[in-house]
Ligand binder design. Structure first.
Ligand SMILES: [Zn+2]
Length: 436
């Protein structure tokens, strides 16, 4: 559906030259702020013989050093702060499943900026004051719940802050309160779909939900199409991560061709993940962000480990002038090397979902047998199948996967609902049993 509303039309449609002017001014301010207030950045700049005066504009950006996730971990908990803790009003953290968590800090102005970009993103997805908006990501250290909350507060939508879990109650609330818009971690909307069906509820027929905004996990165009059909809703993709701000860094418009990144708040580059060399538009690599308005913990050239690219064309039919990112195809950490071949979970999902009989969940399992890597995909069928039907489907999927991944794959098809589900947080679909 065409959505031609803006939350902040002036900011969202300003000329490219104006965006550049704002970025240059804010970059100079951010570098000076970081240098003067964060000893970690002062040291990094000094190591390069730089002072804030050396960074006059965007052309000097590449002179600045990168910041990595590992460096941020060494600053845990308060080493990245540019303000006293008394100025901090909110703190968030990554799940820390891969080590020390990394943190996001917010001053009052930072919350205001986060709410602004989240409100732009939600408005872009058609969410307005008259919507009943159910927020299913958790309200906790994860940025999801609060990010949507701050944005929706600005818009004035009626917020149903369910947070994560209790899926049957979520569905009941959807019906009782007449929820019209929902946000979720991608795998959780799939979980809600199953729950609705278990309760004998057809999401398209029996609920009023017609707008959905999902993110926080890699997902494919095929998955978007599937969710959109089941719920009869417009599906939007939102992007963000803890260290920058949660949901609201970028979002797709009704054209559904890439994610507009709010360039007056975030400066984005794409680099070769191995060499750090800056890549051209349309070249896929690691996203690197510099914050332009963050007070609490500014970040210079932060390598966020997500893989995507920047669109070459600036102007979009929706009227927004902020450049677009391609769909996030995964995180560097998600890439699996199988016998020397790089396999992305997104490639696997893309192939699986082209098959109409594929159900909700799948797992990618890598093992090593007699010194050889083996890739196995376990996938649920949509309906319960006879053994010979399941075997036939497995053979077909194995062939299609081999053609796409250029490596041999063993597939087994299992009954619907037989793989584990995640009630809270992100799905774990890759299991590497090779050890280290
Ligand atoms: Zn657009």
């Amino acid at each position: 559906m065409k959505v031609d509303r803006f939350y902040n039309r002036v900011a969202e449609t300003m000329d490219r030259s104006e965006i550049r002017r704002i970025q240059e001014k804010r970059l100079r301010q951010t570098v000076a702020w970081a240098y003067e207030r964060v000893p970690f950045y002062r040291r990094k700049l000094e190591e390069r013989g730089l002072t804030p005066e050396d960074i006059r504009g965007l052309d000097d950006l590449q002179r600045l050093p990168f910041t990595t996730k590992d460096e941020l971990r060494t600053l845990y908990p308060y080493g990245a702060l540019a303000v006293p803790t008394s100025e901090i009003v909110e703190i968030h953290a990554t799940s820390g499943t891969t080590g020390t968590p990394t943190l996001g800090f917010y001053t009052s102005n930072d919350i205001e900026a986060w709410a602004e970009v989240a409100a732009r993103s939600l408005t872009m997805a058609g969410i307005a004051k008259d919507d009943v908006f159910q927020i299913t990501p958790s309200f906790g250290m994860f940025t999801g719940g609060f990010g949507f909350y701050h944005g929706a507060r600005k818009i004035g939508a009626m917020i149903i802050p369910t947070g994560a879990g209790f899926s049957r109650r979520q569905i009941q609330y959807m019906i009782d309160f007449g929820t019209t818009a929902v946000c979720a971690v991608v795998s959780y909307i799939l979980r809600l779909t199953e729950t609705a069906r278990e309760m004998g509820i057809d999401p398209a027929r029996d609920t009023k939900v017609r707008k959905g905004i999902f993110g926080s996990e890699m997902w494919t165009t095929e998955m978007k199409k599937k969710i959109s059909q089941i719920w009869d809703m417009d599906v939007y993709d939102i992007y963000g991560f803890t260290e920058l701000c949660g949901p609201g860094v970028a979002n797709d418009c009704y054209i559904h061709d890439g994610l507009h990144v709010w360039e007056d708040h975030f400066l984005v580059e794409v680099v070769d993940p191995r060499t750090g060399e800056v890549l051209e538009p349309e070249e896929r690599g690691e996203l690197v962000f510099t914050t332009l308005t963050k007070e609490a913990a500014p970040l210079l050239r932060y390598r966020c480990r997500d893989i995507s690219y920047i669109y070459d064309a600036a102007v979009c039919e929706c009227g927004r002038t902020h450049r677009r990112l391609g769909w996030i195809s995964g995180r560097i950490d998600d890439m699996i090397k199988v016998s020397g071949v790089s396999v992305w979970p997104s490639q696997v999902e893309s192939v699986l979902l082209q098959h109409p009989e594929v159900g909700q969940e799948y797992q990618i399992i890598v093992t090593r047998q007699e010194g050889l890597d083996r890739l196995k995909i376990v996938v649920e069928s949509r309906h319960k199948l006879e053994k010979h039907e399941a075997d036939r489907m497995a053979l077909k999927l194995a062939k299609n996967l081999r053609d796409a991944l250029m490596t041999s794959v063993e597939v087994s098809v299992v009954d619907p609902m037989s793989l584990p589900r995640q009630e809270v947080g992100k799905a774990k679909r890759v299991i590497d049993e090779r050890g280290v």
